[in-house]
Design a protein around this ligand. Structure first.
Ligand code: DGJ
Length: 722
C-alpha cells in the first residue's frame, strides 16, 4: 500500500515501512525505512540544526551538513557521497532538484533495455516521484516498488533532459538510503577466481567504506551487494539493511558515516568508469537496486532474496522447473575433445541417470589449447566428424538432453573473425590491445556485432538439438573504448557493453525461451542478479574442490537460492587443489544445490559408477521439494559448515554438517535444526527414531566425530504420519 498523507509518502505492506517527506515543497527527505508501522504521525522529526560553518536553506534555515536527503546531490552544502551529478556543456556542475509531482500505480513497468524484477499488478505497487531543476534542464523520476508480501523495495531513477542543450551524466546511483546514527556493522562479499563469495564483516566507522568493480563485469572480487547490520546480527537474529544491484557491469557500493554518526548507503553504476551524454529530450535509466530489510538475521535476509529471485527474477518458464542433472565434459577432457571420447562418456552417463550431456570448450578449437579459433564458432570436423548435430543426436539417442559451451563475447587473435574484423574488438587506437586468456573482447555496443552473435548462436539452436547453453566469459574488460563513439562519449563504452550483452541475451531468450542457459564467467565472476534475469542458473566457481566449495556455496547462498547455483561432483584428487575427498562427501556438498558431475566416468571404478547412479536417483526424488525449500545457514565454529533445507510445508528436512578437519575440540558439537514445526514429530532416517521438532531445534543432534578430515554428516527428516 502506498499512502500520500499531506507532505508524506508512506510505503508499507505491514512488514516494512518506507517514509519520504517533502519539505518546503522542494526537498525530498528520507524519514524512515525498517519494520512496518501501522500509521505515521510525523514522529522522529528531523532535527534541523542551524550549524555554523555550513549553509542555510528553506523556511527552517536547514543546514545540509547532515540533512537526510532522499536522493542527494552536491553544490549546496551536503558534502557527503552524492547520488547524482551532471555536467553542463559549459562545464558547470550544479543541481537543485525540486519536488514537482508524484504518481502511484499497481504493478511496475519493465526497465528499458535493463533487467529488472517482475512485479505484476496483484503483487506490488509503485510510486514515482518527479523532481526537476529548470535551470539545469534536468528531470529526475525516482521509482519505488513495494511488494505486498515481501520485505523488499525496488528502486531506480530515470533522468530526462528537459532543457535545450546536452549535458553529461557523471554519476547516477540506483539508490541512496539514510540510516540513523547507531553502531553498525557492514557485511559484503569479496573473492577471487576460484575463491568467490567470502563473507566479510567489519564495523562501520566514520568516513566512507566502499567496495566496487571496475573490471567491466560484476567480478569475482566484490559482489554488487552491501549491507548495514546491527552488531548483534547472526544467522537468526539482527537488523539488516541490504542492497543488491541488478546489473552485470562496473558498480560501486558504499556507506558513509558522517561526523555526526549519520549513515548514508548507496549502490549503482561506478561513476569513475562512466559518463553519459544526454541530448535534449533524451532519457537515461539507472539499473534497478533491490533494498531488503529484515530483523531476522542472515537467514531472514537470504530467505527474502531467495524467494524474490526465484519467483520474480529468473525467466518465468524456469520458476517451477527441475533442473536436469548434467555431466560436463570440461574436467574430463578439457579441450581434447573427440567423438570417440564423448560417446564413451555418454554411454556411462546415460547408465548413471544423467539427464543432460554438456559439451564444454574444445569443440571448435584447432588444437587442444585455448588459444585458437575463439569467435568463429565453427565445429572442428577433425575432432567431431559428424559435427555438433551428430554429438547432440548421440546424446538424444541415449535419452539425454544436449548442451553446448560458448564464450560469445570473446575473440582470439588466431581466428578468422579477428582476421576479417580486427576493428570489432574493444581497443584504444594507437595502443596494442590487451590479451586475456589469449582473447580480446568484442565491442558489444555495436549493432552489427550483436547481430553477428545472435545469428551465430541461433544457427545452433534453430534445429532444436540443443537444450542448454553454457554462456562463458573468461576475462575482464580492458581497452574499454568503442570505435563508434566520439570524444567524451567513449566513456559510455563500459555501460553500452553491458546493454549490448543484455540485448543479445534478450533476443536469444525470447526466440528460444525453452533453452536453459547457465551463466558462467571463469566460474562465478559474473554471478549477479542482472544475468539471472536471462539465465536460470549460474556456474558457481571453477574451483570444484569440496572443502573450498563449502565456503563458496555458503557465500553465494546468502543471496541466491541453491537451485540457481551449479554444484558439480568432480574427480579426486581435485584438479584445482590436489586435495582428495570421498565421492560421498563430494555428493553431499553438492546435492542441496543444482547437482551436476564433471569428471571422467571412465576413470571411476565400477562401484563408484553404481554409487553415482544411486546418488542421482536419490537427488531426483529430493529435488522436487528442495527446489522451493527454505535453505538455512547454521551458526558454527570455523571448523564446520552446516546447511539445511526445509520443505515449504515443513514436512521434510535435509541437513548437512561438513567438518573441515578432525580435531578433539569438536567432540561436543551439536547441530540445531532450524525452521521445523515445533509441534510435529519427525522421523530421522539415519537412526530410525522419532524426535519432536521442538527437541531437534532446541536440543539438537550430536555431530559424530569420525576419524577423518573433510567429513560430511547428513540427516534427513520426515514428518511422522506422511
Ligand atoms: C571457464 C569455465 O568456468 C569452465 O567451467 C570451463 O567452461 C572453461 N572456462 C572452458 O574454457
Amino acid at each position: 500500500m502506498i499512502l500520500k498523507q499531506g507532505n508524506y509518502f508512506h510505503l508499507t505492506n505491514g512488514q516494512i515501512s518506507y517514509i519520504i517527506e517533502v519539505i518546503d515543497e522542494h526537498y525530498l527527505v528520507h524519514r524512515y525505512f525498517g519494520k512496518g508501522i501501522r500509521r505515521w504521525n510525523d514522529s522522529g522529526k528531523v532535527a534541523y540544526y542551524k550549524r555554523s560553518y555550513n549553509t542555510e536553506h528553506g523556511m527552517g534555515n536547514i543546514s545540509f551538513d547532515d540533512f537526510p536527503f532522499e536522493f542527494p546531490y552536491q553544490g549546496h552544502g551536503d558534502y557527503r557521497i552524492e547520488a547524482i551529478s551532471i555536467e553542463q556543456s559549459d562545464g558547470i556542475s550544479m543541481l537543485d532538484l525540486s519536488y514537482v509531482n508524484y504518481k502511484i500505480y499497481k504493478g511496475k513497468d519493465n526497465l528499458n533495455g535493463l533487467p529488472s524484477l517482475r512485479a505484476e499488478k496483484e503483487h506490488a505497487e509503485t510510486l514515482e516521484i518527479i523532481c526537476e531543476d529548470q535551470v539545469a534542464g534536468v528531470r529526475v523520476t525516482l521509482y519505488y516498488t513495494i511488494y505486498h508480501d515481501q520485505n523488499v523495495i525496488l528502486r531506480h531513477q530515470k533522468l530526462e533532459n528537459i532543457g535545450t542543450d546536452y549535458f553529461y551524466i557523471n554519476n547516477i546511483q540506483s539508490m541512496s538510503l539514510e540510516l540513523p546514527s547507531m553502531n553498525w556493522d557492514c557485511i559484503s562479499f569479496y573473492g577471487a577466481h576460484a575463491a568467490e563469495a567470502n563473507l566479510s564483516r567489519f564495523p562501520l566507522h566514520h568516513g566512507i567504506q566502499r567496495i566496487e568493480s571496475r573490471r567491466g563485469s560484476s567480478s569475482p572480487n566484490y559482489h554488487p551487494f552491501f549491507s548495514i547490520v546491527s552488531p548483534d546480527t547472526n544467522v537468526s537474529q539482527g537488523e539488516i539493511y541490504a542492497m543488491h544491484l541488478v546489473y552485470s557491469g562496473n558498480f560501486l557500493a558504499q556507506a558513509e558515516m558522517d561526523q555526526f554518526g549519520c549513515v548514508r548507503m548507496q549502490i549503482g553504476i561506478h561513476p569513475d568508469e562512466f559518463i553519459w551524454k544526454l541530448d535534449p529530450k533524451a532519457v537515461f535509466e539507472s539499473p534497478e537496486a533491490v533494498l531488503v530489510y529484515t530483523d531476522q538475521g542472515l537467514n531472514g535476509m537470504s530467505h527474502i532474496f531467495h524467494r524474490l529471485y526465484r519467483e520474480h527474477l529468473i525467466p518465468k518458464q524456469f520458476v517451477n522447473q527441475n533442473r536436469p542433472v548434467l555431466l560436463n565434459s570440461w574436467e574430463a577432457m578439457y579441450c581434447d575433445v573427440t567423438m570417440d571420447k564423448l560417446e564413451r562418456q555418454m554411454k556411462l552417463a546415460a547408465k548413471a541417470g544423467i539427464e543432460l550431456f554438456v559439451l564444454d570448450d574444445g569443440w571448435f578449437r584447432e588444437g587442444n589449447t585455448t588459444d585458437t579459433s575463439m569467435g568463429d564458432w565453427e565445429c572442428n570436423y577433425e575432432k567431431l566428424p559428424g559435427g555438433i548435430r551428430q554429438v547432440a543426436q548421440k546424446a538424444h539417442d541415449m535419452g539425454m538432453q544436449f548442451g553446448l559451451w560458448f564464450e560469445p563475447e570473446a575473440v582470439g587473435k588466431r581466428s578468422k573473425l579477428y582476421e576479417k574484423h580486427p576493428d570489432w574488438i574493444l581497443h584504444v587506437s594507437g595502443y596494442e590491445p590487451t590479451e586475456g586468456r589469449h582473447e580480446y573482447l568484442l565491442d558489444l555496443s555495436r549493432q552489427e556485432i550483436q547481430d553477428y552473435l545472435v545469428d551465430i548462436i541461433c544457427s545452433y539452436l534453430k534445429d532444436g538439438d540443443i537444450q542448454y547453453i553454457k554462456w562463458d566469459m573468461n576475462r575482464p574488460l580492458t581497452d574499454v573504448c568503442s570505435e563508434r563513439l566520439n570524444g567524451r562519449q567513449k566513456g559510455e563504452t563500459a555501460h553500452r557493453y553491458v546493454l549490448g550483452l543484455y540485448k543479445i541475451l534478450s533476443r536469444i531468450t525470447s526466440e528460444y525461451p525453452e533453452v536453459l542457459i547457465e551463466g558462467c564467467s571463469s566460474g562465478g565472476a559474473r554471478f549477479d542478479p542482472g544475468m539471472l534475469y536471462y539465465v536460470a542458473q549460474n556456474w558457481t566457481s571453477d574451483n570444484t574442490d569440496v572443502l573450498d566449495r563449502t565456503c563458496i556455496q555458503s557465500g553465494f547462498s546468502y543471496l541466491y537460492p541453491p537451485i540457481l547455483m551449479g554444484a558439480h561432483v568432480s574427480a579426486s584428487p581435485n584438479h584445482q587443489t590436489g586435495r582428495e575427498s570421498s565421492l560421498s562427501v563430494r555428493y553431499q556438498v553438492a546435492r542441496q544445490f543444482n547437482l551436476g558431475y564433471e569428471l571422467n566416468l571412465e576413470c571411476v571404478d565400477k562401484n563408484e559408477v553404481e554409487e553415482i547412479r544411486n546418488q542421482i536417483e536419490a537427488y531426483k526424488v529430493d529435488r522436487n521439494w528442495m527446489k522451493e525449500g527454505q535453505f538455512y545457514h547454521h551458526d558454527t565454529n570455523q571448523n564446520y559448515v552446516m546447511w539445511s533445507t526445509v520443505s515449504k510445508n515443513q514436512e521434510k528436512c535435509m541437513a548437512m554438517v561438513f567438518r573441515k578437519r578432525h580435531d578433539f575440540f569438536s567432540s561436543h558439537e551439536i547441530f540445531h535444526f532450524l525452521g521445523l514445526n515445533p509441534h510435529w514429530d519427525y522421523y530421522l532416517e539415519q537412526d530410525g527414531k522419532i524426535y519432536g521438532g521442538d527437541e531437534l531445534m532446541r536440543i539438537g543432534l550430536s555431530i559424530p566425530l569420525e576419524k577423518r578430515d573433510q567429513d560430511a554428516t547428513v540427516w534427513t527428516l520426515q514428518k511422522v504420519g506422511l
